[in-house]
Design a protein around this ligand. Structure first.
Ligand code: HEC
Ligand code: HEC
Length: 468
């Protein structure tokens, strides 16, 4: 019944001839915190799922999807969870070097990854990308990404080790929060040393929900958020990530640094770097072999052009799946504590980067994401987050300190979906408060306001975030 009513509402929203100026009215920041806003419980618009909230909460298709398209979603799901085989079996071949055999190995239950929990645990949902100011293609020996697995007959590149330095932050009310800063190292290096200039870029797998909706936000809205020279003087100066694709410059939206512009491109890169499977435009040295890894190159040559391993139909299926993982309905949006937390969130400047809402572009393809009022809590811009979160010395990498504001929808369900998980780009934060206390740079002031909060206010803020 509620569902029917809800769909009628959303139909009204999507069919009413709302003008551009009305849209601006609908998405402007909240000012009344005595009750929840209209449609606020449906962060993904009519794509939001209303299923029971349990460990499968991130795995449902867009609720407004037609029945035939649900079958396509099921096909995409099978490809996402499929374990790709290696060359010897005669199947389309994973490798020669790779990080995991399936998408799901890292995006477990369509949720997020974590750091290795013990020295015996492998670093499966963690990727170490390699940066080097002198070589565009990463490390001259190990390439753009470190691969800790390989097919039979060649050596993997080595192993990833993590240790922590611990520090304590004292909050104004006297409570102490322990922070752990991970230090990553590559051990058992099988192909010799890394170049001295090479630095590590650790990345944890982000959750998969709502990605198609982020793709459907208009370029104008993203560009409208940007304030690269901080004209309005609020200390926050997001900039759009432009990435080149062929001859054009496109807006990067995906990945912790917004380095890829579409879900399809991200999928192709995942197949290419993480699994060593080639697809159109991504076939040279699939598996990340470099000229210094001859055995690897020989094996990958046996699967060379023009026999691309993944055809476009398969890519379309998996992209469709990855674009349609639905955001769950919010819990307790109208709860008094949550509303108090929401007011604090706005008041201390979190909403300047974690921008609450948008109306997505109108489009017949794909219909699920067309003209939806969504609540992702991101501006999709890059922000300087200070030295503590930086990948490397900023002299070595121009954007070492910059990160894309991650969406916050669904974040409160993380521990339900994933037994092990970590927040922030390298998974260092074990809790929401830890994640906030790592904020620096443009978010320094906002962070300091959190430190000053009373325990009651802090609990309200976190309750709000957990309700998203
Ligand atoms: C070895 C682990 C691993 C595997 C396997 C993997 N991913 Fe990822 N995925 C990641 C990491 C890490 C990121 C973040 C990358 C970055 O920030 O540069 C990511 C990012 C993404 C994103 C962007 C999400 C966002 O919020 O910006 C999509 C989409 C995605 N992966 C889809 C896939 C698909 C589809 C597959 C299978 C073809 C796959 N991934 C396989 C680890 C993995
Ligand atoms: C200047 C922009 C900015 C402001 C202001 C800001 N954030 Fe963030 N936030 C980010 C970025 C960028 C990241 C990702 C950083 C990283 O991964 O290293 C992030 C990450 C987070 C995360 C972890 C998300 C995840 O998926 O791991 C949470 C939670 C969060 N912010 C909450 C807040 C709260 C609460 C406030 C207000 C006190 C706030 N943020 C203010 C930009 C901002």
């Amino acid at each position: 019944m509620f569902r029917v009513l809800f769909l009628v509402f959303v139909f009204l929203l999507s069919s009413s001839p709302v003008s551009g100026s009305n849209d601006a009215q609908i998405v402007k920041h909240a000012t009344d915190f005595t009750k929840s806003e209209v449609y606020e419980e449906y962060p993904g618009g009519s794509a939001t799922h209303l299923k029971l909230i349990n460990e499968d909460a991130f795995s449902f298709p867009s609720a407004n999807m037609s029945f035939t398209r649900q079958l396509d979603f099921a096909i995409g799901n099978r490809l996402f969870t499929r374990n790709w085989a290696s060359i010897e079996s005669g199947a389309r071949g994973i490798g020669p070097l790779f990080n995991a055999r399936s998408c799901q190995a890292c995006h477990f239950k369509d949720g997020r990854g974590h750091l290795p929990t013990s020295s015996h645990d492998d670093a499966i949902s963690l990727i170490i990308k390699l940066g080097n100011a002198e070589f565009a293609a990463g490390d001259p020996v190990y390439g753009e990404q470190f691969q800790d697995f390989s097919v039979a007959g060649i050596k993997s590149e080595g192993r990833v080790a993590v240790s922590y330095s611990i520090s304590n932050v004292k909050l104004a009310d006297g409570s102490i929060v322990e922070l752990r800063k991970p230090e990553f190292s590559l051990t058992s290096l099988e192909y010799g040393k890394l170049a001295p200039q090479t630095y590590l870029k650790p990345r944890i797998a982000p959750p998969m929900i709502g990605l198609g909706l982020l793709q459907a936000i208009s370029a104008d809205d993203i560009q409208g958020n940007a304030d690269p020279t901080d004209v309005d003087g609020d200390g926050i100066s997001g900039r759009v990530s432009y990435v080149s694709y062929g001859a054009s410059e496109l807006i990067g939206r995906f990945g912790w640094k917004a380095e890829t512009h579409t879900i399809r491109q991200q999928t192709q890169l995942a197949f290419f770097h993480d699994m060593g499977l080639s697809s159109e435009g991504y076939y040279e040295n699939a598996g990340g072999c470099t000229p210094r890894q001859q055995e690897c190159l020989k094996l990958s040559a046996s699967q060379a052009v023009p026999s691309v391993e993944l055809d476009s139909e398969l890519l379309d299926a998996i992209t469709f799946y990855a674009s349609n993982l639905s955001v769950p309905k919010r819990q307790g949006a109208n709860n008094a504590q949550v509303l108090a937390g929401k007011e604090i969130f706005y008041d201390i400047g979190c909403a300047s980067c974690h921008r609450p809402k948008y109306i997505t572009k109108q489009s017949d393809t794909p219909p699920e994401q067309s003209r939806q009022l969504i609540w992702p809590y991101t501006d999709l811009l890059l922000h300087d987050m200070g030295p503590q979160l930086a990948d490397a010395d900023p002299k070595k990498s121009a954007n070492a300190r910059e990160w894309r504001t991650p969406p916050l929808w669904g974040i409160g369900l993380t521990s339900l979906v994933n037994q092990e998980y970590g927040f922030l780009h390298d998974g260092r934060a074990r809790t929401i408060i830890e994640a906030i206390l790592w904020h620096g740079g443009e978010a320094q002031q906002s962070k300091e306001r959190v430190v000053e909060l009373s325990q009651k206010q802090r609990t309200q803020l976190i309750k709000f975030i957990n309700s998203l």
